[in-house]
Ligand binder design. Structure first.
Ligand code: CFN
Ligand code: HCA
Length: 533
């Protein structure tokens, strides 16, 4: 069945008002004529969304992977517990004496009495206890929903404790879960505070020639380890990774890098833009998912530095690495060629992983993000704002709607600066321009829509997260978690591509899920009990 028929099969059963809204978030793709898609809007109440909250985006995603900040969740214990290492972000302290607090789950364990009488005293006591126990370089406080509702001032508490300690950076995040429409608001809040309180605090500079930061790489399943090794092989110094396998000292020093490489644009574009304006560090997008994209991204770095020695070293490394990936692709492709995939993940991965499937000769039938913005789908022409010159931390933000002329001038300037360096600048770097004509794009897919898609189109593999995994497998289709990688990975870089090829070939050729029959499908008594409408 073609996707044009989708309305009847998937969305027509919604009440009229819901149908009208959801329809704007789903479309059949045409890369030649990228259309407007609804994104980053509130989920309709009653719909089961796959999204997470603002606290998750701030604490779990952006700051969670940093090992030597004591991250205290100010709130009920569940918020801290369920955001504790479930993302499989790994870390590797420099040596045995280096601090690593990631194995601890710090929380104020807020109770009913704190809701009634306030929780600031509880928070101060928790910060003091952490300081006395560990004497960390930094303590960060993360607000959960009740904190905003009762009005605890985490920033005032942070200022007071910082002044009292004198040797510990204490800062807070107003990342209450209910803010914004998704995790995305949490990314923004995290970026702003890390920029304000940490980046720029250490001006020391190594004398290496090619110094870059990698932004939006969180070391899920060890991805950052693979990329660290790859950069080292090429002779490129990684000053800071935000925030996979990172330390607060790396962040403090990040502004001294020559170039920012953005891997996940969605979660960290704000830091890149602020660093460009305040410290003059240019940025460009990269993608180290897939062998082809990894090679292209390394070449981008070579082109930026315009150094013949670096360029030839990069070519040597690519040639060497490609031997491995070509060999693996040839081995696994006979089992994967012509198979189909669907990808519904938070932000950039639903886009980036399509390249890996293409390397396996697999077709992406449908894809979408949980919380990305229109620019992630449609490309940079819809970038909502662009930041321009400022010497202070108050950066001027140009909005396309408010000041279209200056906005487009600023965009042109950035484009010219990149082109001058021989780098590519595309107005259409979003997912839709790279997807096939006729593929389906759906934003913030609901659980119901997902089940319908699987039922009707039966992909060979469905990629999503833990909330979707077991429902899809019960429908007979293998599900690969592209958040946590299940128990696998790394999947980034060339070594990661080899792991992914192997894993997917195995998954699309197993019929184990199809063999499982739910008891209610064969036993009438159960079927009556668990019958669905
Ligand atoms: S590691 Fe990243 S790549 S940071 Fe982001 S948008 Fe989440 S935690 Mo889950 S897997 Fe996912 Fe992306 Fe960037 Fe991860 S696709 S939803 S907030 N994400
Ligand atoms: C988050 C984190 C998450 C959840 C993954 C999932 C992750 O959004 O809070 O739903 O399986 O990658 O761990 O995206």
């Amino acid at each position: 069945m073609s996707f044009e028929k989708l309305d009847d099969t998937m969305m027509k059963t919604y009440p009229t008002k819901v149908y009208r809204k959801r329809k704007k978030a789903a479309m059949v793709n045409d890369p030649g004529e990228v259309k407007e898609i609804q994104a980053n809007v509130r989920t309709i109440p009653g719909i089961i969304t796959q999204r997470g909250c603002t606290y998750a985006g701030c604490k779990g995603v952006v700051l969670g992977p940093t090992r030597d900040i004591v991250n205290i969740t100010h709130g009920p214990i569940g918020c801290g517990f369920y955001s504790w290492l479930t993302r499989r972000n790994q870390t590797r302290p420099e040596n045995e004496t280096s601090e690593n607090f990631m194995t601890y789950c710090f929380s104020t364990d807020m109770q009913d009495s704190n809701i009634v009488f306030g929780g600031e005293k509880l928070l101060k006591d928790a910060i003091q206890e952490a300081y006395d126990l560990f004497h960390p370089k930094a303590i960060a406080i993360f607000s959960t929903c009740p904190v905003g509702l009762i009005g605890d001032d985490v920033h005032a508490v942070a200022r007071e404790m910082k002044a009292q300690f004198g040797d510990c950076n204490v800062f807070g995040f107003s990342c209450e879960g209910y803010k914004g429409v998704s995790q995305s608001a949490g990314h923004h809040i995290a970026n702003n505070q890390i920029f304000k309180h940490v980046i720029g605090n250490d001006d020391s500079r190594s004398d290496s020639k090619f110094r870059v930061n990698l932004l939006g790489e969180y070391n899920i399943g060890g991805d950052a380890f693979v990329l660290e090794e790859l950069f080292e092989k090429c002779g490129i110094e990684l000053v800071a990774t935000f925030s996979g396998n990172s330390s607060i000292d790396h962040f403090a020093n990040a502004h001294t890098a020559d170039l920012n490489l953005i891997m996940c644009h969605r979660s960290i574009n704000y830091v890149a833009e602020m660093m460009e304006v305040k410290f003059g560090v240019p940025w460009t997008k990269v993608n180290f998912i897939g062998a082809e994209q990894s090679a292209k991204s390394l070449r981008k770095v070579g082109a930026y530095f315009e150094d013949p020695q670096l360029i030839s070293r990069i070519e040597e490394v690519i040639a060497e690495e490609m031997l491995k990936t070509d060999e693996a692709a040839a081995k696994y492709r006979p089992g994967t060629e012509g198979k189909t995939a669907m990808l519904f993940v938070g932000g950039s991965r639903a886009h980036h992983y399509q390249d890996l499937f293409a390397e396996l000769g697999m077709k992406t039938l449908a894809a979408g993000y949980e919380f990305a913005h229109r620019d992630d789908y449609e490309g940079r022409r819809v970038l909502p704002s662009i930041k321009v010159d400022a010497d202070s931390r108050n950066i001027e933000e140009l909005h396309i709607e408010k000041d279209p002329e200056r906005y487009s001038q600023a965009l042109q300037d950035r484009k010219a600066a990149l082109m001058e360096k021989g780098m590519e600048f595309s107005d259409y770097e979003g997912m839709m321009a790279q997807m096939e004509k006729g593929a389906l794009v759906i934003d913030d897919i609901s659980h119901y829509e997902m089940e319908k898609l699987v039922e009707v189109y039966k992909p060979d593999v469905f990629c999503a997260g833990i909330k979707e995994k077991y429902a899809v497998q019960k429908m007979g289709i293998p599900l690969k978690q592209l958040h946590s990688y299940d128990y696998g990975g790394p999947y980034a870089g060339f070594d990661g591509a080899v792991n992914f090829y192997k894993e997917i070939e195995r998954m699309v050729n197993t019929n184990v899920w199809g063999l499982i029959k739910a008891p209610w499908s064969t036993q009438s008594a159960m079927s009556a009990k668990y019958a669905r409408g």
